[in-house]
Ligand binder design. Structure first.
Ligand code: S3P
Length: 166
């Protein structure tokens, strides 16, 4: 099986859905955020604080292009599409955009303290979501609306989608 990449804004459920989907496909799971943390031995929060976003993006790119090409469900960071190079790379792969509304994202992330971009008070996160929408669409083959669906339902939907389009 060709690896499947899940993209979408923070709080869209990529990590949870990746595990549900992996169970159904008998696939492994990789997570570009966790790969960065393991490889560079620092948390995402520490990397942002010590070196800034550009360094994080460079690390993230390296992890993305080193993900398994087969038998893996890859969960990516919400900003993976901030690089045109990543968009180009993703658009040649099996990519699913988990699309989530702003109100649902706010509901899910209201108590989050670990995401540097979400917790950056100088950033307009709604504007960021709107600006990223086009990039998620460019990078993806399929779009799945996640509002009012649980991770199991989303994983089932992805399995159906991939079977139909085989
Ligand atoms: C980011 C999203 C995060 C993580 C980093 C930057 C972003 O991943 O990669 O904090 O720019 O949206 P999640 O989408 O898993 O929260």
């Amino acid at each position: 099986m060709e690896s499947i990449y899940l993209i979408g804004f923070m709080g869209s459920g990529k990590t949870t859905v990746a595990h549900e989907l992996a169970k159904r496909c008998g696939a492994a799971v990789q997570d570009t955020d966790r790969m960065v943390e393991i490889n560079y031995e620092l948390s995402i929060k520490e990397i942002f604080a010590a070196f800034g976003e550009d360094t994080f993006r460079a690390y993230e790119h390296q992890m993305l292009i080193n993900t398994n090409p087969a038998n893996t469900i890859v969960s990516t960071g919400g900003g993976i599409i901030e690089s045109q190079q990543n968009i180009n790379w993703l658009s040649t792969h099996q990519v699913i955009y988990l699309k989530t509304s702003w109100s649902e994202i706010v509901r899910r992330l209201q108590h989050d303290k670990n995401r540097p971009i979400w917790n950056d008070q100088t950033k307009d996160k709604l504007a960021l979501l709107n600006a990223r929408e086009e990039k998620y669409l460019q990078a993806s083959k399929y779009v799945i609306q996640t509002d009012e669906k649980n991770p199991k339902e989303i994983a089932n939907e992805i399995v159906r989608l991939i079977r139909i389009n085989k």
